[in-house]
Design a protein around this ligand. Structure first.
Ligand code: BJW
Ligand code: ZN
Length: 305
């Protein structure tokens, strides 16, 4: 009920929100409301089928139904009393490589054990649909869990790179690494509870470079670090030429990714947003806001073959 009323408040606040779809999850919707929601989803579905170019931008919420905690909002996770964002920075790694490696080891194992959910699958099927229909498609994700690829998506830009890339802090070489565990000393470590054993692992037992034995770090984009400039510009250019940008499961709080949808809107793209929380919006000019878990909403909205 709280979700529904905050969604209604949002709908009345947004001057330009023409097609706010409040997909009901509470069971309290009237029949008329449900019908008009379904009509709007059908309308969005039809418009997407007729588009020439579509960008899908995803965030942590798309993996929430696979059991991967988000960073912010009601589904946010914590690790030993820290928010994940507090440890996702170069300063934390300098302070304690052992602690940061424990966190990333925990998240690597969790992602490897997770399965893509219906939202990942709907996006992968939509890509197939676009390919067949000659619609230009791109998926840009802020997620580092590779669940999109495992669901079958192939045109994926990983804005914040991946849990399965490592970079040597001495020789800078970057390698893909799916080892489980990534090193013997991390076996059985990484428990997220604040009472867990947090005795530091000696640095020479943490993941090391096969070439020069230097200390490896997770090759994700931490706060204060630049995203790959070429990839970011190609997403921005694609977005600005798109008919539609679908913003899925992101709080749109982290830059530069947070600029992609509002910039595209200013360049003429329509925005359709899918978020569990109706008070969370990337722009006050979304054409469609679909509230609810994206594992339920996306399969209804996205065309498939
Ligand atoms: C559901 C759901 C369901 C739940 N269905 N929905 C301009 C202004 C202000 C600040 C800055 C600025 N430019 C740069 C900054 C600083 C900083 C920044 O943005 N700070 C903000 C906090 C204000 N940005 C940076 O530092 C970036 N670097 C940079 O700009 O460099 C410049 C530079 C240039 C040249 C030289 C040097 C530097 C880098 C940002 C990197 C972000 N990294 C992280 C960690 C990655 C690694 C890791 O995971 O460990 O990326 S932080 C974290 O946030 C992670 C995420 O990708 C990112 C975004 O989060 P996301 O995906 O939106 O998740 P949530 O949790 O926030 O939201 C989930 C949503 O899902 C919620 O809304 C839920 O409601 C919803 N949901 N279940 C549908 N079932
Ligand atoms: Zn090295």
């Amino acid at each position: 009920y709280r979700l529904l009323s905050s969604a209604l408040r949002l709908a009345s606040r947004l001057p330009n929100a023409r097609k706010v779809v409040l997909l009901q999850t509470s069971g309290m919707a009237t029949r008329g409301q449900k019908q008009s929601d379904e009509q709007r989803l059908t309308e969005l579905h039809d418009k997407l089928s007729q588009s020439k170019r579509v960008l899908v931008l995803t965030g942590a919420g798309v993996s929430a139904e696979s059991g991967i905690p988000t960073f912010r909002g009601s589904t946010a996770g914590s690790w030993r009393g820290f928010t994940i964002s507090e440890l996702a920075c170069p300063e934390a790694f300098q302070r304690s490589p052992s602690q940061v490696w424990e966190l990333y080891h925990y998240r690597r194992e969790k992602s490897l054990a997770a399965k893509p959910n219906l939202a990942h699958v709907a996006i992968a099927k939509f890509e197939q649909f676009c390919l067949k229909r000659g619609i230009d498609f791109m998926l840009a994700t802020q997620n580092i869990d590779r669940l999109h690829q495992r669901a079958g998506s192939s045109r994926v830009i990983e804005l914040h790179r991946s849990l399965f890339l490592v970079r040597c802090t001495a020789c800078d070489s970057v390698t893909e690494n799916y080892d489980s565990p990534i090193c013997e000393a991390l076996r059985g470590r990484g428990d997220p509870s604040p009472q867990a054993d947090s005795t530091p692992i000696p640095e020479d037992q943490l993941p090391r470079c096969a070439g020069c034995s230097g200390l490896l770090r997770p090759y994700v984009v931490w706060f204060g670090e630049p995203l790959n400039e070429g990839e970011l510009s190609s997403v921005q250019e694609f977005a600005n030429m798109s008919d539609f940008v679908l913003v899925v499961g992101t709080s749109n709080a982290v830059y530069p990714a947070a600029m992609i949808a509002p910039d595209a809107r200013r360049s003429g793209a329509q925005l359709a947003e899918f978020n569990l929380d109706a008070s969370c919006s990337s722009s006050n000019d979304v054409s469609y806001f679909v509230a609810g878990p994206c594992g339920s909403t996306l399969p209804k909205a996205l065309p498939r073959l």
